[in-house]
Design a binder for this molecule. Structure first.
Ligand code: PLP
Length: 419
Protein backbone atom coordinates (compact mmCIF):
# COMPACT_ATOMS: atom_id res chain seq x y z
CA UNK A 1 0.00 0.00 0.00
CA UNK A 2 2.86 2.36 0.85
CA UNK A 3 4.44 1.71 -2.55
CA UNK A 4 1.15 2.41 -4.33
CA UNK A 5 0.61 5.61 -2.33
CA UNK A 6 4.08 6.89 -3.28
CA UNK A 7 3.41 5.95 -6.89
CA UNK A 8 0.15 7.90 -6.84
CA UNK A 9 1.88 10.92 -5.40
CA UNK A 10 4.63 10.85 -8.03
CA UNK A 11 2.33 10.46 -11.03
CA UNK A 12 -0.67 12.81 -10.88
CA UNK A 13 -0.68 13.52 -14.64
CA UNK A 14 -0.84 9.81 -15.49
CA UNK A 15 -3.67 9.36 -13.00
CA UNK A 16 -5.59 12.27 -14.56
CA UNK A 17 -4.97 10.83 -18.02
CA UNK A 18 -6.50 7.48 -17.05
CA UNK A 19 -9.53 9.17 -15.48
CA UNK A 20 -10.11 11.09 -18.69
CA UNK A 21 -9.63 7.97 -20.81
CA UNK A 22 -12.12 6.09 -18.65
CA UNK A 23 -14.89 8.35 -19.94
CA UNK A 24 -14.44 6.95 -23.46
CA UNK A 25 -12.74 3.55 -23.00
CA UNK A 26 -13.61 0.83 -20.45
CA UNK A 27 -11.43 1.58 -17.44
CA UNK A 28 -9.49 3.92 -19.69
CA UNK A 29 -7.97 0.90 -21.39
CA UNK A 30 -7.62 -0.33 -24.97
CA UNK A 31 -4.75 -2.80 -24.36
CA UNK A 32 -5.56 -5.10 -21.42
CA UNK A 33 -1.89 -5.94 -20.85
CA UNK A 34 -1.05 -2.35 -19.96
CA UNK A 35 -3.32 -2.06 -16.94
CA UNK A 36 -2.03 -2.39 -13.40
CA UNK A 37 -3.33 -0.96 -10.14
CA UNK A 38 -3.69 1.79 -9.16
CA UNK A 39 -3.26 3.12 -12.76
CA UNK A 40 -0.66 2.67 -15.52
CA UNK A 41 1.76 5.36 -16.63
CA UNK A 42 1.17 7.46 -19.72
CA UNK A 43 4.36 7.86 -21.71
CA UNK A 44 4.70 10.95 -23.86
CA UNK A 45 8.04 10.46 -25.61
CA UNK A 46 10.66 7.87 -26.43
CA UNK A 47 14.18 8.11 -27.76
CA UNK A 48 16.69 5.28 -28.10
CA UNK A 49 16.20 3.16 -24.96
CA UNK A 50 14.65 6.03 -22.97
CA UNK A 51 11.06 7.00 -22.18
CA UNK A 52 9.52 10.10 -20.62
CA UNK A 53 6.15 10.00 -18.83
CA UNK A 54 3.40 12.58 -18.52
CA UNK A 55 4.81 13.78 -15.18
CA UNK A 56 8.24 14.39 -16.66
CA UNK A 57 10.07 11.35 -15.23
CA UNK A 58 12.74 9.75 -17.39
CA UNK A 59 13.00 5.95 -17.63
CA UNK A 60 15.21 3.30 -19.07
CA UNK A 61 12.83 1.35 -21.32
CA UNK A 62 13.32 -2.25 -20.16
CA UNK A 63 9.91 -3.31 -21.51
CA UNK A 64 10.63 -2.70 -25.19
CA UNK A 65 6.97 -2.87 -26.25
CA UNK A 66 6.66 -6.52 -25.23
CA UNK A 67 9.46 -7.51 -27.72
CA UNK A 68 8.12 -5.43 -30.63
CA UNK A 69 10.41 -2.51 -29.76
CA UNK A 70 13.56 -4.27 -30.93
CA UNK A 71 14.84 -1.19 -32.76
CA UNK A 72 14.30 1.15 -29.82
CA UNK A 73 12.61 4.52 -30.23
CA UNK A 74 13.06 6.77 -33.23
CA UNK A 75 15.66 4.75 -35.09
CA UNK A 76 16.97 7.24 -37.67
CA UNK A 77 17.04 4.77 -40.58
CA UNK A 78 13.49 3.57 -39.98
CA UNK A 79 12.23 7.10 -39.45
CA UNK A 80 13.72 8.17 -42.80
CA UNK A 81 12.17 5.14 -44.54
CA UNK A 82 8.76 6.14 -43.22
CA UNK A 83 9.23 9.74 -44.37
CA UNK A 84 10.33 8.58 -47.84
CA UNK A 85 7.32 6.27 -48.10
CA UNK A 86 4.96 9.09 -47.10
CA UNK A 87 6.09 11.09 -50.10
CA UNK A 88 4.69 8.44 -52.47
CA UNK A 89 1.24 8.31 -50.90
CA UNK A 90 -0.15 6.00 -48.28
CA UNK A 91 -3.14 4.04 -49.51
CA UNK A 92 -2.59 3.00 -53.09
CA UNK A 93 -5.55 0.58 -53.34
CA UNK A 94 -3.18 -1.88 -54.97
CA UNK A 95 -0.16 -4.09 -54.56
CA UNK A 96 3.02 -2.19 -53.83
CA UNK A 97 6.68 -2.93 -54.43
CA UNK A 98 7.64 -2.88 -50.78
CA UNK A 99 5.45 -5.86 -49.83
CA UNK A 100 7.37 -8.14 -52.21
CA UNK A 101 10.72 -6.92 -50.92
CA UNK A 102 9.68 -7.41 -47.30
CA UNK A 103 8.37 -10.94 -47.95
CA UNK A 104 11.64 -11.81 -49.72
CA UNK A 105 13.70 -10.49 -46.78
CA UNK A 106 11.61 -12.53 -44.34
CA UNK A 107 11.90 -15.65 -46.45
CA UNK A 108 15.68 -15.28 -46.62
CA UNK A 109 15.74 -15.40 -42.82
CA UNK A 110 12.96 -17.98 -42.38
CA UNK A 111 13.33 -20.41 -45.31
CA UNK A 112 10.49 -22.54 -43.88
CA UNK A 113 8.15 -19.67 -44.83
CA UNK A 114 8.26 -20.59 -48.50
CA UNK A 115 5.05 -18.64 -49.10
CA UNK A 116 3.59 -16.14 -46.68
CA UNK A 117 0.78 -13.66 -46.13
CA UNK A 118 0.74 -10.44 -44.15
CA UNK A 119 -1.72 -9.29 -41.50
CA UNK A 120 -2.02 -6.34 -39.12
CA UNK A 121 -1.09 -8.20 -35.95
CA UNK A 122 0.30 -11.41 -34.53
CA UNK A 123 -3.18 -12.23 -33.28
CA UNK A 124 -4.63 -12.21 -36.76
CA UNK A 125 -1.67 -14.17 -38.11
CA UNK A 126 -2.10 -16.94 -35.50
CA UNK A 127 -5.83 -17.18 -36.09
CA UNK A 128 -5.28 -17.41 -39.83
CA UNK A 129 -2.45 -19.95 -39.55
CA UNK A 130 -4.72 -22.26 -37.57
CA UNK A 131 -7.64 -21.73 -39.94
CA UNK A 132 -5.26 -22.53 -42.81
CA UNK A 133 -4.18 -25.77 -41.12
CA UNK A 134 -7.82 -26.74 -40.58
CA UNK A 135 -8.68 -26.11 -44.22
CA UNK A 136 -5.60 -27.99 -45.43
CA UNK A 137 -6.12 -31.10 -43.28
CA UNK A 138 -9.93 -30.97 -43.25
CA UNK A 139 -9.68 -31.66 -39.51
CA UNK A 140 -11.40 -29.70 -36.72
CA UNK A 141 -9.08 -29.50 -33.68
CA UNK A 142 -5.93 -27.73 -32.56
CA UNK A 143 -3.51 -28.85 -29.85
CA UNK A 144 -2.27 -25.94 -27.72
CA UNK A 145 -0.23 -25.69 -24.52
CA UNK A 146 -1.10 -24.54 -21.06
CA UNK A 147 0.17 -20.98 -20.51
CA UNK A 148 0.38 -20.24 -24.24
CA UNK A 149 -0.43 -16.86 -25.70
CA UNK A 150 -1.04 -16.61 -29.43
CA UNK A 151 -2.76 -13.23 -29.29
CA UNK A 152 -5.75 -11.53 -27.75
CA UNK A 153 -8.15 -14.17 -29.07
CA UNK A 154 -5.96 -17.20 -28.45
CA UNK A 155 -4.93 -17.09 -24.83
CA UNK A 156 -4.59 -20.16 -22.62
CA UNK A 157 -4.21 -19.24 -18.97
CA UNK A 158 -3.10 -21.47 -16.16
CA UNK A 159 -5.23 -24.61 -15.88
CA UNK A 160 -6.02 -24.34 -19.57
CA UNK A 161 -8.91 -21.91 -19.22
CA UNK A 162 -9.24 -20.31 -22.64
CA UNK A 163 -10.54 -16.86 -23.42
CA UNK A 164 -12.57 -16.50 -26.59
CA UNK A 165 -10.91 -19.24 -28.58
CA UNK A 166 -12.57 -19.50 -31.97
CA UNK A 167 -11.14 -22.98 -32.67
CA UNK A 168 -11.85 -26.37 -31.08
CA UNK A 169 -8.76 -27.30 -29.06
CA UNK A 170 -7.12 -29.68 -26.65
CA UNK A 171 -4.66 -28.31 -24.07
CA UNK A 172 -1.43 -30.09 -23.12
CA UNK A 173 1.08 -29.13 -20.42
CA UNK A 174 4.20 -27.40 -21.79
CA UNK A 175 7.52 -29.27 -21.93
CA UNK A 176 5.80 -32.62 -21.26
CA UNK A 177 6.20 -34.78 -24.34
CA UNK A 178 4.57 -37.84 -22.77
CA UNK A 179 1.39 -35.86 -22.05
CA UNK A 180 1.36 -34.51 -25.61
CA UNK A 181 1.82 -38.05 -26.89
CA UNK A 182 -1.16 -39.26 -24.86
CA UNK A 183 -3.33 -36.47 -26.26
CA UNK A 184 -2.23 -37.25 -29.80
CA UNK A 185 -3.10 -40.87 -29.13
CA UNK A 186 -6.60 -39.83 -28.07
CA UNK A 187 -7.24 -37.09 -30.66
CA UNK A 188 -4.67 -37.68 -33.45
CA UNK A 189 -6.99 -38.19 -36.43
CA UNK A 190 -8.94 -35.02 -35.57
CA UNK A 191 -5.93 -32.74 -35.04
CA UNK A 192 -5.28 -30.14 -37.74
CA UNK A 193 -2.32 -28.56 -35.98
CA UNK A 194 -0.06 -28.54 -32.97
CA UNK A 195 0.69 -24.89 -32.27
CA UNK A 196 3.53 -24.02 -29.94
CA UNK A 197 5.65 -21.06 -28.88
CA UNK A 198 9.28 -22.26 -28.88
CA UNK A 199 9.47 -20.29 -25.62
CA UNK A 200 6.29 -19.45 -23.70
CA UNK A 201 6.33 -15.65 -23.89
CA UNK A 202 3.42 -14.06 -22.05
CA UNK A 203 3.28 -17.33 -20.07
CA UNK A 204 6.50 -16.26 -18.32
CA UNK A 205 9.46 -16.70 -20.71
CA UNK A 206 9.69 -20.44 -20.19
CA UNK A 207 11.99 -21.92 -22.86
CA UNK A 208 10.75 -25.02 -24.69
CA UNK A 209 13.22 -27.85 -24.21
CA UNK A 210 14.80 -28.84 -27.52
CA UNK A 211 13.81 -32.51 -27.09
CA UNK A 212 10.21 -31.46 -26.41
CA UNK A 213 10.01 -29.25 -29.50
CA UNK A 214 11.66 -31.91 -31.69
CA UNK A 215 9.28 -34.50 -30.25
CA UNK A 216 6.29 -32.33 -31.18
CA UNK A 217 7.58 -32.17 -34.73
CA UNK A 218 7.60 -35.99 -34.88
CA UNK A 219 4.21 -36.28 -33.19
CA UNK A 220 2.68 -33.88 -35.71
CA UNK A 221 4.19 -35.73 -38.64
CA UNK A 222 3.07 -39.07 -37.18
CA UNK A 223 -0.58 -38.08 -36.87
CA UNK A 224 -0.85 -35.92 -39.99
CA UNK A 225 -1.26 -32.61 -38.14
CA UNK A 226 0.71 -29.51 -39.08
CA UNK A 227 3.37 -28.19 -36.71
CA UNK A 228 2.86 -24.45 -36.24
CA UNK A 229 5.61 -22.45 -34.54
CA UNK A 230 4.42 -19.15 -33.09
CA UNK A 231 7.67 -17.20 -33.27
CA UNK A 232 6.10 -13.78 -32.67
CA UNK A 233 8.45 -13.38 -29.69
CA UNK A 234 11.20 -15.94 -30.36
CA UNK A 235 11.87 -14.68 -33.90
CA UNK A 236 14.26 -12.16 -32.32
CA UNK A 237 16.46 -14.83 -30.69
CA UNK A 238 18.44 -15.33 -33.91
CA UNK A 239 18.17 -14.11 -37.48
CA UNK A 240 16.14 -17.24 -38.32
CA UNK A 241 14.32 -17.42 -34.99
CA UNK A 242 14.38 -20.38 -32.63
CA UNK A 243 13.63 -22.80 -35.48
CA UNK A 244 17.03 -22.00 -36.98
CA UNK A 245 18.74 -22.41 -33.61
CA UNK A 246 17.20 -25.84 -33.09
CA UNK A 247 17.19 -27.04 -36.71
CA UNK A 248 13.43 -27.69 -36.66
CA UNK A 249 11.36 -26.97 -39.77
CA UNK A 250 7.74 -26.25 -38.84
CA UNK A 251 4.99 -26.58 -41.45
CA UNK A 252 3.74 -23.08 -40.66
CA UNK A 253 5.28 -20.14 -38.79
CA UNK A 254 3.68 -17.07 -37.25
CA UNK A 255 5.65 -13.84 -36.78
CA UNK A 256 4.87 -10.20 -36.05
CA UNK A 257 6.17 -7.52 -33.70
CA UNK A 258 9.57 -6.16 -34.83
CA UNK A 259 9.15 -7.24 -38.47
CA UNK A 260 7.00 -4.14 -38.96
CA UNK A 261 9.88 -1.92 -37.81
CA UNK A 262 7.76 -0.76 -34.87
CA UNK A 263 4.50 -0.41 -36.84
CA UNK A 264 1.61 -2.86 -36.78
CA UNK A 265 2.41 -6.13 -38.51
CA UNK A 266 1.90 -9.87 -38.53
CA UNK A 267 2.62 -12.66 -40.99
CA UNK A 268 2.03 -16.37 -41.34
CA UNK A 269 3.58 -18.69 -43.84
CA UNK A 270 5.10 -22.05 -44.54
CA UNK A 271 4.79 -25.04 -46.84
CA UNK A 272 3.98 -24.27 -50.46
CA UNK A 273 1.23 -26.89 -50.71
CA UNK A 274 -0.52 -25.50 -47.63
CA UNK A 275 -0.13 -21.78 -48.35
CA UNK A 276 -1.04 -22.22 -52.02
CA UNK A 277 -4.61 -22.67 -50.82
CA UNK A 278 -4.75 -18.85 -50.89
CA UNK A 279 -3.60 -18.55 -54.52
CA UNK A 280 -6.48 -16.56 -56.03
CA UNK A 281 -5.77 -18.01 -59.48
CA UNK A 282 -6.99 -21.34 -58.16
CA UNK A 283 -10.58 -22.48 -58.19
CA UNK A 284 -12.02 -22.44 -54.66
CA UNK A 285 -9.03 -20.53 -53.25
CA UNK A 286 -9.19 -19.53 -49.59
CA UNK A 287 -9.87 -15.84 -49.18
CA UNK A 288 -8.03 -13.58 -46.78
CA UNK A 289 -8.68 -9.89 -47.27
CA UNK A 290 -7.53 -6.98 -45.11
CA UNK A 291 -7.31 -3.34 -46.16
CA UNK A 292 -4.03 -2.74 -44.34
CA UNK A 293 -2.33 -6.14 -44.83
CA UNK A 294 0.23 -4.51 -47.13
CA UNK A 295 0.08 -0.98 -45.72
CA UNK A 296 2.87 1.13 -47.09
CA UNK A 297 4.26 2.36 -43.76
CA UNK A 298 4.62 -1.06 -42.12
CA UNK A 299 6.19 -2.43 -45.30
CA UNK A 300 8.66 0.46 -45.53
CA UNK A 301 9.60 0.45 -41.84
CA UNK A 302 9.89 -3.33 -41.68
CA UNK A 303 12.03 -3.48 -44.79
CA UNK A 304 14.40 -0.71 -43.68
CA UNK A 305 14.84 -2.41 -40.32
CA UNK A 306 15.68 -5.80 -41.80
CA UNK A 307 17.85 -4.51 -44.64
CA UNK A 308 19.73 -1.72 -42.92
CA UNK A 309 19.62 -2.11 -39.16
CA UNK A 310 19.20 -5.69 -37.99
CA UNK A 311 22.46 -7.30 -39.03
CA UNK A 312 23.34 -10.76 -37.78
CA UNK A 313 26.08 -9.21 -35.62
CA UNK A 314 23.74 -6.67 -34.06
CA UNK A 315 21.17 -9.31 -33.16
CA UNK A 316 23.73 -11.75 -31.81
CA UNK A 317 25.26 -9.02 -29.65
CA UNK A 318 21.82 -8.01 -28.35
CA UNK A 319 20.96 -11.56 -27.30
CA UNK A 320 24.36 -12.06 -25.69
CA UNK A 321 23.79 -8.82 -23.78
CA UNK A 322 20.42 -10.19 -22.63
CA UNK A 323 21.95 -13.48 -21.49
CA UNK A 324 24.59 -11.60 -19.50
CA UNK A 325 22.03 -9.27 -17.94
CA UNK A 326 19.79 -12.19 -16.91
CA UNK A 327 22.74 -13.99 -15.31
CA UNK A 328 23.81 -10.87 -13.43
CA UNK A 329 20.26 -10.12 -12.22
CA UNK A 330 19.93 -13.70 -10.97
CA UNK A 331 23.30 -13.46 -9.23
CA UNK A 332 22.14 -10.29 -7.44
CA UNK A 333 18.93 -12.01 -6.33
CA UNK A 334 20.98 -14.92 -4.98
CA UNK A 335 23.42 -12.67 -3.16
CA UNK A 336 20.50 -10.99 -1.40
CA UNK A 337 18.87 -14.34 -0.59
CA UNK A 338 15.66 -13.40 -2.42
CA UNK A 339 13.51 -16.33 -3.62
CA UNK A 340 13.06 -14.97 -7.14
CA UNK A 341 14.59 -15.51 -10.58
CA UNK A 342 14.59 -14.33 -14.16
CA UNK A 343 13.86 -17.03 -16.76
CA UNK A 344 14.14 -16.56 -20.51
CA UNK A 345 16.45 -16.66 -23.50
CA UNK A 346 18.64 -13.94 -24.96
CA UNK A 347 17.06 -10.51 -24.93
CA UNK A 348 13.68 -11.65 -23.50
CA UNK A 349 13.25 -12.48 -19.81
CA UNK A 350 10.68 -12.59 -17.03
CA UNK A 351 10.92 -12.20 -13.28
CA UNK A 352 9.25 -14.82 -11.09
CA UNK A 353 8.79 -14.63 -7.33
CA UNK A 354 10.12 -18.12 -6.65
CA UNK A 355 13.24 -20.24 -6.83
CA UNK A 356 13.38 -23.78 -8.23
CA UNK A 357 12.93 -25.05 -11.77
CA UNK A 358 10.33 -23.52 -14.09
CA UNK A 359 9.36 -25.88 -16.92
CA UNK A 360 5.66 -25.16 -17.38
CA UNK A 361 2.87 -22.80 -16.36
CA UNK A 362 1.91 -24.96 -13.35
CA UNK A 363 5.42 -24.52 -11.87
CA UNK A 364 4.60 -20.82 -11.40
CA UNK A 365 1.68 -21.54 -9.03
CA UNK A 366 3.81 -20.64 -5.99
CA UNK A 367 5.29 -17.45 -7.49
CA UNK A 368 5.12 -14.52 -5.05
CA UNK A 369 3.27 -11.89 -7.06
CA UNK A 370 3.45 -9.32 -4.25
CA UNK A 371 7.25 -9.41 -4.36
CA UNK A 372 7.11 -8.82 -8.11
CA UNK A 373 4.74 -5.90 -7.68
CA UNK A 374 6.94 -4.29 -5.03
CA UNK A 375 10.04 -4.63 -7.20
CA UNK A 376 8.11 -3.16 -10.12
CA UNK A 377 7.25 0.00 -8.13
CA UNK A 378 10.77 0.15 -6.65
CA UNK A 379 12.29 0.06 -10.14
CA UNK A 380 9.93 2.74 -11.45
CA UNK A 381 11.08 5.02 -8.63
CA UNK A 382 14.64 4.30 -9.72
CA UNK A 383 13.91 5.11 -13.35
CA UNK A 384 13.47 1.63 -14.86
CA UNK A 385 10.29 0.78 -16.77
CA UNK A 386 9.41 -2.93 -17.09
CA UNK A 387 6.12 -4.88 -17.13
CA UNK A 388 4.45 -5.48 -13.82
CA UNK A 389 4.10 -9.12 -14.74
CA UNK A 390 7.90 -9.22 -14.80
CA UNK A 391 8.73 -9.01 -18.50
CA UNK A 392 11.99 -7.37 -19.56
CA UNK A 393 13.04 -7.15 -23.22
CA UNK A 394 16.08 -5.35 -24.55
CA UNK A 395 16.22 -3.14 -27.64
CA UNK A 396 19.25 -2.52 -29.84
CA UNK A 397 20.03 0.82 -28.11
CA UNK A 398 19.79 -0.87 -24.67
CA UNK A 399 23.57 -1.10 -24.45
CA UNK A 400 26.01 -2.32 -21.80
CA UNK A 401 25.75 0.99 -19.92
CA UNK A 402 21.96 0.60 -19.81
CA UNK A 403 22.38 -2.94 -18.46
CA UNK A 404 24.72 -1.64 -15.74
CA UNK A 405 22.22 1.09 -14.91
CA UNK A 406 19.36 -1.40 -14.63
CA UNK A 407 21.43 -3.75 -12.51
CA UNK A 408 22.38 -0.88 -10.19
CA UNK A 409 18.72 0.10 -9.77
CA UNK A 410 17.74 -3.51 -9.11
CA UNK A 411 20.47 -3.99 -6.53
CA UNK A 412 19.57 -0.73 -4.80
CA UNK A 413 15.90 -1.78 -4.65
CA UNK A 414 16.80 -5.12 -3.05
CA UNK A 415 19.20 -3.47 -0.59
CA UNK A 416 16.59 -0.90 0.43
CA UNK A 417 13.89 -3.56 0.89
CA UNK A 418 16.25 -5.67 3.00
CA UNK A 419 17.13 -2.73 5.27
N1 PLP B 1 1.88 -14.69 -30.36
C1 PLP B 1 2.75 -14.44 -29.37
C2 PLP B 1 3.72 -15.49 -28.95
C3 PLP B 1 2.76 -13.17 -28.77
O1 PLP B 1 3.63 -12.92 -27.77
C4 PLP B 1 1.85 -12.18 -29.21
C5 PLP B 1 1.82 -10.84 -28.59
O2 PLP B 1 2.36 -10.60 -27.55
C6 PLP B 1 0.97 -12.50 -30.24
C7 PLP B 1 1.01 -13.76 -30.80
C8 PLP B 1 -0.03 -11.50 -30.72
O3 PLP B 1 0.57 -10.47 -31.41
P1 PLP B 1 -0.18 -9.03 -31.52
O4 PLP B 1 -0.07 -8.41 -30.17
O5 PLP B 1 0.58 -8.33 -32.58
O6 PLP B 1 -1.59 -9.30 -31.91
Amino acid sequence: EAARARYRERNPASERQLAEAATVMPGGNTRSVLFHAPFPLTMVRGEGARLWDADGHRYLDALGEFTAGLYGHSNAVIRQAIIDALADGLSLSSHNRREVALAAEIQRRFPSMALMRFTNSGTEASLLALATAKAFTARPKIMVFDGAYHGGLLSFGRGGSPINVPHAYVVAPYNDLAAAQALVHAHGPTLAAIVVEPMLGAGGCIPGEPAFLRGLSELARGCGALLVFDEVQTSRLSIGGRQAQLGITPDLTVIGKYFGGGLSFGAFGGRVDCMAQFDPRRANALSHAGTFNNNVLSMAAGLAGLQQVLTQEALTALNQRGDRLRERLNAVLQTHGVAAQFTGLGSVMNLHGMSGPVHCAADLATSNTLLKELLFFDLLERGVYMAQRGLVTLSLPFDDAACDEMLGAFEDALRTRAA
